[in-house]
Ligand binder design. Structure first.
Ligand code: HEM
Ligand code: NAG
Ligand code: NAG
Ligand code: NAG
Length: 550
């Protein structure tokens, strides 16, 4: 009898304790979704549990989100998960100092010691290395802020402009690769093969622009560096969605093969970058000893790796920091750009008549009979339809479908008057927001680049008639309804870079080949692979025909 009483007391105490720990989460759920929010928790847990896989999560979120009132809060243990898919909510989170950090789910990321994942307080050792004139930055306690400040100069306008030579020379090699593939396989170039060619070319560009090191990747990749990066990212996606696999011994126990494969890829890529960085560093030190005098003048024009070496010379970074940062930068720059290029090719190939012809006509009118062997900034600036085309493909098929943030302190979700408690995980669903009819009209899932041109015309028109009352503003698009590169404090550092390389490549491809595919964009099955992947990619075939030149 005494035993039962003791058990009952213990149970009640534990429940009370848990409830106390969860009280802020329940308040959030109540404030956002009311009684229904509280009652639907078991359903949400069930849906989460059965769909916890990269292959299904994106499709299932797309299917089920409409059934719930959003923003949606889910209780997970003693934390809340907050799902946001509207522009106002995104704006609030992306600009909140409390939402700068990444979540623990992203800790399984390979190369997570770079800017992309930087967070929290500096470690003691790092603090000691920072030079005195940066102390103000340190006091705010954010490693990210300091890093971002250190790296911004490496992606300024002038530096990125200086990459056009690289974009063009590698782009020309890519054309040769496409030509030989289309000769070999005629009408049926597999998605996988096109992806492989593109990825290797973009990786070569990354090595040149990020690390200043020539490689042969566009021609060959015998060491399988590009494929290893891609494979590792797939594994990362699994580890993000199933965070318990981030515990090494558990991962090894549950999925020994996957674990071994991840270790192998990891080692290959760590060695690959370490070797380049170390060699570059030796050369840089030798050279730097010679032209110390020219120092001040060249400060403004350092590419990423040189900028890092300079910081190391000032004692602000170690060689290990540089290797970590370079690893992360090569990975993000090459994977995102090559994926976006593939989705752009899909959009081209499925819209041959309308938009591909229009693009080709625009390019022809800008090139004036030149053969696109060198595409410069002045030309890109005239290609407005190409710009709209890129935007539309980034809108409909967002390369980074979801974004996660950790809430480091309680904060107010403006507009809704709701306090989001500390430790909440915020999921920003860019993918579904960018296809939502509420923000993009009833043709929101159609591929229509014209919507961006029209929008620009509207904006210009509005500027001319700015004296008019802002009453008709209802049609105006929210500036956070289009977020392919995120926005706010941690916006993508490589946005300009990406647009330039992708447009240079596209102009070249479009002047040399005609693309076609029998696929319809609606048939794509979406996979959350950190970046957007397609489950039915193996079924996609491209017809790539060389264009006859006069
Ligand atoms: C089409 C190509 C690209 C897309 C769609 C893209 C998208 C994004 C997005 C959505 C974020 C925000 C991630 C988050 O908040 O969790 C981001 C961050 C970042 N991107 Fe990109 N990106 C692209 C290309 C690049 C390139 C080419 C580079 C480097 C040269 C780059 C470097 C970075 C870095 C360093 C961050 C982290 C910034 C920070 O946390 O301060 N990205 N990118
Ligand atoms: C690139 O490949 C060519 C032949 O395919 C070879 O002659 C050259 O040495 C390679 N260069 C590098 C840096 O590996
Ligand atoms: C495409 O999107 C960017 C923002 O990412 C914007 O600055 C640009 O004006 C857009 N282009 C068009 C044609 O709307
Ligand atoms: C879509 O919206 C347009 C104008 O906003 C309207 O004329 C049209 O009837 C709508 N179509 C459907 C299927 O709702």
């Amino acid at each position: 009898m005494h035993l039962y009483v003791a058990l009952w007391v213990c149970g009640t105490l534990l429940t009370l304790l848990l409830g106390w720990q969860q009280r802020k989460c329940w308040r959030l759920i109540w404030q956002l979704n009311g009684w229904r929010g509280v009652a639907q928790q078991p359903l949400l847990w069930f849906l989460l549990c059965i769909n916890l896989h990269p292959n299904s999560i994106l499709a299932k979120v797309t299917r089920f989100r409409v059934l719930f009132k959003r923003p949606l809060a889910i209780l997970i243990g003693t934390r809340a998960l907050l799902y946001i898919d509207d522009p106002a909510g995104m704006e609030c989170v992306l600009n909140a100092a409390e939402c700068l950090d990444k979540t623990f789910m992203q800790d399984g990321f390979f190369a997570r010691k770079g800017l992309l994942h930087a967070r929290g307080k500096l470690s003691r050792a790092e603090e000691l290395r920072v030079s005195p004139n940066q102390l103000n930055v340190v006091i705010e306690g954010q490693k990210w802020k300091l890093r971002r400040k250190q790296l911004n100069p490496a992606f300024n306008h002038n530096i990125v402009i200086s990459f056009f030579d690289v974009f063009n020379s590698v782009g020309n090699q890519l054309i040769e690769q496409f030509a030989s593939q289309s000769q070999l396989h005629g009408d049926a170039v597999k998605f996988k093969d096109a992806d492989d060619m593109l990825s290797r070319a973009v990786l070569e560009v990354s090595c040149l622009t990020i690390m200043g090191t020539p490689t042969n990747f566009t021609q060959t990749d015998d060491a399988h560096i590009a494929t290893s990066y891609k494979r590792l990212l797939e594994i990362i996606a699994i580890k993000t969605i199933k965070p318990w696999l981030q515990i090494d011994w558990l991962h090894r126990l549950l999925e020994p093969q996957l674990f071994a494969e991840a270790e192998e890829c990891n080692q290959l890529l760590v060695d690959f970058v370490a070797q380049i960085v170390q060699r570059k560093h030796r050369n840089w030190q030798l050279r730097n000893g010679l032209d110390d005098a020219a120092e001040d003048g060249t400060w403004q024009r350092r590419i990423f790796i040189e900028q890092m070496f300079q910081l190391a010379a000032n004692g602000e970074l170690t060689l290990q920091d540089i290797e970590d940062e370079a690893q992360s930068m090569v990975l993000v720059s090459f994977e995102t750009v090559s994926n976006t290029m593939m989705t752009a090719l899909l959009c081209l190939a499925t819209h041959k008549g309308d938009c591909q012809e229009r693009l080709r006509a625009e390019i022809a009118s800008v090139l004036h009979g030149n053969d696109a062997s060198y595409v410069g900034l002045e030309q890109l600036q005239q290609l407005r339809y190409l710009d709209a085309f890129m935007n539309e493909s980034l809108r409909l098929l967002a390369t980074i479908p979801m974004n996660l943030r950790h809430v480091s302190r309680d904060f107010l979700l403006a507009g809704r008057n709701v306090i989001v408690p500390q430790n909440t995980m915020v999921v920003l669903d860019t993918f579904n927001m960018q296809r939502d009819a509420a923000f993009w009209g009833n043709r929101s899932t159609e591929f229509e680049p014209e919507r961006f041109l029209q929008h620009q015309l509207d904006l210009e028109h509005e500027q001319e008639h700015c004296e008019q009352s802002p009453g008709e503003d209802t049609q105006r698009r929210h500036s956070y309804s289009f977020l392919p590169f995120s926005k706010g404090l941690r916006t993508c550092i490589g946005r300009r870079y990406s647009f330039f390389i992708m447009k240079v490549f596209l102009v070249k491809l479009l002047t040399h080949f005609e693309f076609h595919s029998d696929l319809k964009l609606e048939q794509l099955q979406f996979v959350e692979g950190i970046s957007l992947k397609f489950r039915n990619a193996d079924d996609i075939l491209f017809q790539i025909r060389p264009l006859k030149h006069k």
